[in-house]
Design a protein around this ligand. Sequence first.
Ligand code: NDP
Length: 307
Amino acid sequence: MEKVVIIGTGPAGLTAALYSARASLNPLVVDGMQPGGQLTTTSEIENFPGFPAAVTGSELMDKMREQAGRFGARYVMDEVVSVDFSGKTHKVSLSDGTVLESLSVIIATGASAKYLGLESEEKLKGRGVSGCATCDGSFYRNVPVAVVGGGDTAMEDATYLSRLASKVTLIHRRNEFRASKIMADRVMSNPRIDLMLDTVIEEIRDMGRNEVTGLVLKNVKTGAVSELKVTGVFMAIGHKPNTGPFRGQIDMDENGYIITNSTRTNVAGVFAAGDCQDHVYRQAVTAAGTGCMAALESARYLESMGQ
Ligand code: NDP
């Protein structure tokens, strides 16, 4: 029987692991499908306090993992496929068939990139359609690419890709950006980035080659249809929470985000931290903060059970 099982190894999961380990709770941490979480797919992180010269996402996550490990956090490289929160103790089933039983569980499974939902997009994922510029950008050196979206991710992706691709076209469905001013300004002053506003993608073309050759675009104000030749298209249109295995076991909102009150869920002994329960802030530092809260809440819960 475990005292604390932590699901996910982004900043929320690893901070929860650090606090639980330092409280001598010997946490078992399940890595999940993307060890280190979304930060491992970003380039430099300039806004995590304590790193004035910036730090790469992978480096930051490696350090967090090492830090929690130093105090006794144990890691298991597997994915959670289902859970059973109906009993007094909680069961967590892994893809290799192992069933973990634990007095408390901290869910920190994060969120994943969203796609447009076009048929042509689905077919060309990994063949020019990508949800992660920093993972796949280096495959697009000196060729034209497009980025879709108007938030900070789109700005970050367009800026990053402008250093690799021959040309970046940023396609956004409105004529105003949701992104922070500093990041939008960086894009607008970059001569290697073209803007196509009030524009949506109607189709991703492959010309029978099974890899992206271009986009069919539509101006939503004028209705004008045009074509853009690109070799890659990067979706940066937001995220969806990775909460599938918990559906039906725990309260969620209509978008699948876990409903929490100071990281407590509606199930006693089950806590949630980071992007799987936060569609508002979604920052590494807020994820880490809620990971800390979840660990403290879980320690309090265990104490109330005499553990
Ligand atoms: P956001 O939700 O902020 O932005 C998503 C963008 O995609 C919006 O511009 C939206 O358009 C557009 N969009 C959504 N759905 C569609 C669709 N179906 N078709 C076309 N366009 C669509 O997500 P982000 O991932 O950009 O950012 C998430 C959070 O992470 C934010 O809080 C952001 O500040 C933060 N972040 C911070 C970074 C940093 O500081 N370094 C880097 C990256 C993210 P519309 O505006 O019309 O709704």
